[in-house]
Design a protein around this ligand. Structure first.
Ligand SMILES: NC(=O)c1ccc[n+]([C@@H]2O[C@H](COP(=O)([O-])OP(=O)(O)OC[C@H]3O[C@@H](n4cnc5c(N)ncnc54)[C@H](OP(=O)(O)O)[C@@H]3O)[C@@H](O)[C@H]2O)c1
Length: 342
């Protein structure tokens, strides 16, 4: 690799089952002298974020974003530095955040539906993608707008030690709720109790989730924020209090299934217990991002909010890093650093 070359991971095949490096092709191409259109910028990618949703982006099915085409560089969230600009709002040298690709350099901006944003002065790239990133916005709007917790409510969170889940758990705690987090393994559960200060945890790898929900939430769960789906959703449903709200944020346990698992067997509880179950997608809330960022900055500034960044490195490790999310290997927001800003 020289400064005149680009390096890319292209989508080679649509995965059936677990996504992995075999579905991507590594190529080195000349860095074209970019012919930038109005509003476009050439960006050097500095840091990549990894999101379970990326598994959905490689499926050839309609979704809230078009599928990544075969032969195209994989799409990802990330931070970059502008190296050439036709956009007065993003001058050369500016650090920018938004959708980039698994490549060293990409052209972005212009008429894109998801434009890049200039990072606020002094924000470290890792924090921009983690505690102030899309997963925290997901937690903020999903919990507060969809879940509508009230002080004193019991809030159950699955995937609770992850980027989204740990933010949900702490926002619920800061709003005066009792919080129970479900996560895989004692290390993650301990971090939730000690750093995130949740009231109780359930280690789904060693405990029966439905039994523990009943023990820990004897009055029932008022808000269940579900990141996992499958048997976890079924167990959470069984523990709901009358009039409770279930926020469907994701269903990571099924993202790599070859055949979709059957839905929960106990959906009639929605009727019997007068429950509301509602999904949402964070991009619908992006115009309200400043509201969430302001609250998060205050909580972080006051030392009331914990988060973890799991920073991998090496361009060659990009596809394998995505797999870490589906194996529960990530400790907090999964990132990969490619370069420092100039
Ligand atoms: N609706 C939206 O707009 C939106 C936006 C962002 C994210 N999401 C969803 O939010 C969820 C969390 O995303 P994130 O980016 O914050 O990732 P994350 O929670 O930081 O990482 C994924 C975690 O999922 C857990 N997991 C993986 N496979 C599992 C399985 N089979 N059963 C149970 N848990 C499993 C693992 O934790 P353990 O070690 O605890 O198993 C892993 O660490 C995902 O479902 C994602 O799709 C939705």
């Amino acid at each position: 690799m020289t400064d005149q070359q680009n390096e890319q991971w292209l989508l080679k095949a649509r995965p059936v089952g677990m996504i992995g490096p075999e579905h991507f092709e590594h190529v080195v191409t000349p860095l074209p002298e970019p012919d930038l259109g109005a509003g476009e910028v050439l960006v050097k990618v500095l840091m990549l974020g990894f999101d379970p949703a990326m598994r959905g982006w490689v499926e050839d099915v309609p979704s809230y974003l078009p599928p990544v085409a075969l032969g195209e560089p994989m799409r990802a969230s990330g931070i970059g530095q502008v190296v050439k600009s036709e956009n007065p709002n993003m001058p050369e040298g500016a650090l920018v955040q938004g959708l980039v690709n698994w490549q060293r350099y990409c052209i972005a901006g212009g008429d894109s539906a998801m434009p890049l944003q200039v990072l606020p002065e002094g924000t470290p790239p890792g924090m921009a993608l983690s505690v102030f990133g899309a997963t925290s916005l997901t937690a903020y709007f999903g919990l507060l707008d969809v879940g509508k917790p009230k002080p004193g409510d019991t809030v159950l969170v699955s995937g609770a030690a992850g980027a989204t889940g740990s933010a949900v758990a702490q926002i619920a705690r800061l709003k005066g709720c009792k919080v129970v987090g479900i996560a895989g393994g004692e290390e993650k559960c301990q971090w939730l109790r000690e750093a995130c200060k949740v009231d109780a945890t359930i280690d789904y790898k060693s405990e029966d989730v439905a039994t523990r929900i009943a023990e820990l939430c004897p009055e029932g769960v008022n808000v269940f924020f579900d990141n996992v789906g499958g048997s976890t959703l079924e167990a959470g449903l069984a523990g709901m209090a009358e009039g409770g709200r279930i926020v469907l944020c994701g269903a990571i346990s099924g993202y790599n299934d070859e055949k979709p698992a059957p839905g929960p067997h106990n959906l009639m509880l929605l009727v019997v217990r007068r429950l509301r179950m509602e999904g949402f997608v964070v991009i619908d809330y992006l115009d309200r991002a400043p509201e969430a960022i302001e609250a998060l900055m205050e909580w972080v500034g006051d030392g009331q909010f914990a988060w973890r960044e799991d920073v991998q490195s090496g361009f060659e490790n990009i596809p394998a890093t995505l797999q870490r999310l589906f194996r529960g290997e990530n400790q907090g927001k999964q990132l990969l650093k490619l370069a420092d800003p100039d």
